[in-house]
Design a protein around this ligand. Structure first.
Ligand SMILES: [Zn+2]
Length: 288
C-alpha cells in the first residue's frame, strides 16, 4: 500500500523511499532541532471553526486556513490511546496547516518551526512542480477526504524536509485517528459499503503501525518531551497501541516501566494497571 496515494494530482514525484523512517540513521547528525463523534443535533461543525490568515514561511505568501475555536469545545472522554474527542466536531481533521500556493504542509504545531535548510529541501522537493488545486470557493469545513489528503501532504513534506522521526510518527498516528473518526461517522449514519469501510480500516491500521514503529524508534533517539508528551504519557500511549496491534510483549514491558517509574503520576499508574489487567484477561480468553 502506498502511504502517499492520491497526491499525484499535486504534481509530486514518487518518493524513492522504502520506509518513511529509513534514512534516520544517516540523518540523525544533520537533523537540526526545530525551532467526534458527531451527533444529530442542530449544532454544526462550522460553529466551532474560524478561518485564519496564515503566512507561509516557504513561499512567503498568505492563505486562509480553517482552525478550531478551542474556547467553545466540549470535551468528551478520549479513546484508549488518547485520541481527543469533542462534541459535534472531530478536531483531528483540523490539525494540519497546508499552503495551497506552494504545497508546504505540516501539523499546526510544527508549521512555523522550520529551519532554513528545511525550507530549501521543501522548495526543491515539494514546491518545484507543485500543482495548486483549482481555487475552490471559500470552504466552511473540511471533509474527511480533504483531511486525509492534508495529512498525507504533511507526511510527504516531513519526509522531504528530513523531519524528526517523532514528527512523522505523530502525523501517522493522527492520520489513523482521522480514519477512525471517518469510520465512526459513516457507521453512525449507516453509510458506506463494506468495501469502502474495509479499505478505510486497512488505512487506519497501516498508519497506526507506522506510528507505532516510528515512536519506538523516536524514544531511542530523541529527548523528551516528544511531540509534547513526557516519557510516561508516551509509554502509556505506546502500551495501548501495542495491545491493539497484538504486540503483548512490548506492551507488558512498557507497563512494567511505568509501574516502577518514580516520575509517573498515580493517574498514569492506575491506567497502566488497568491495561495490565486487560492483557491478562485477553491471554486467559485466548488460552481458555
Ligand atoms: Zn507556501
Amino acid at each position: 500500500m502506498d502511504l502517499f496515494e492520491g497526491l499525484e494530482k499535486f504534481g509530486l514525484k514518487k518518493l524513492n523511499t522504502k520506509s518513511i523512517f529509513s534514512d534516520e540513521e544517516n540523518n540523525r547528525k544533520q537533523s537540526e532541532p526545530s525551532a467526534s463523534s458527531e451527533e444529530k443535533t442542530e449544532h454544526s461543525e462550522e460553529e466551532f471553526l474560524l478561518a485564519r490568515t496564515v503566512h507561509c514561511p516557504v513561499c512567503e505568501k498568505t492563505f486562509m486556513n480553517l482552525s478550531v475555536k478551542n474556547g467553545r469545545l466540549r470535551r468528551i472522554e478520549s479513546d484508549f490511546d488518547l485520541r481527543p474527542r469533542f462534541q459535534y466536531i472531530d478536531t483531528n481533521k483540523y490539525d494540519v496547516t497546508s499552503c495551497p500556493k506552494c504545497g508546504y504542509t505540516a501539523l499546526n504545531r510544527f508549521f512555523t518551526h522550520i529551519t532554513t535548510g528545511q525550507i530549501r529541501l521543501i522548495r526543491e522537493g515539494v514546491c518545484d512542480g507543485f500543482v495548486p488545486e483549482k481555487t475552490k470557493e471559500e470552504q466552511a469545513v473540511y471533509s474527511y477526504e480533504q483531511a486525509v489528503e492534508r495529512y498525507k501532504l504533511a507526511l510527504y513534506n516531513a519526509v522531504v524536509k528530513k523531519g524528526k522521526t517523532s514528527e512523522k510518527a505523530y502525523i501517522c498516528l493522527k492520520l489513523s485517528w482521522v480514519y477512525r473518526g471517518w469510520l465512526e461517522g459513516l457507521a453512525d449514519e449507516g453509510l458506506g459499503d463494506s468495501e469502502e469501510l474495509s479499505s478505510y480500516r486497512k488505512e487506519e491500521r497501516l498508519y497506526y503501525e507506522q506510528a507505532f514503529d516510528g515512536f519506538i524508534k523516536a524514544i531511542q533517539a530523541e529527548v523528551f518531551p516528544i511531540c509534547g508528551m513526557d516519557e510516561n504519557t508516551l509509554y502509556l500511549l505506546l502500551a495501548n497501541m501495542a495491545v491493539r496491534l497484538e504486540k503483548v510483549d512490548i506492551a507488558s514491558k512498557l507497563i512494567s516501566y511505568i509501574l516502577v517509574s518514580r516520575t509517573a503520576s498515580s493517574k498514569i499508574k492506575d491506567k497502566a494497571r488497568d491495561l495490565k489487567e486487560e492483557i491478562i484477561q485477553r491471554i486467559h480468553r485466548q488460552n481458555g
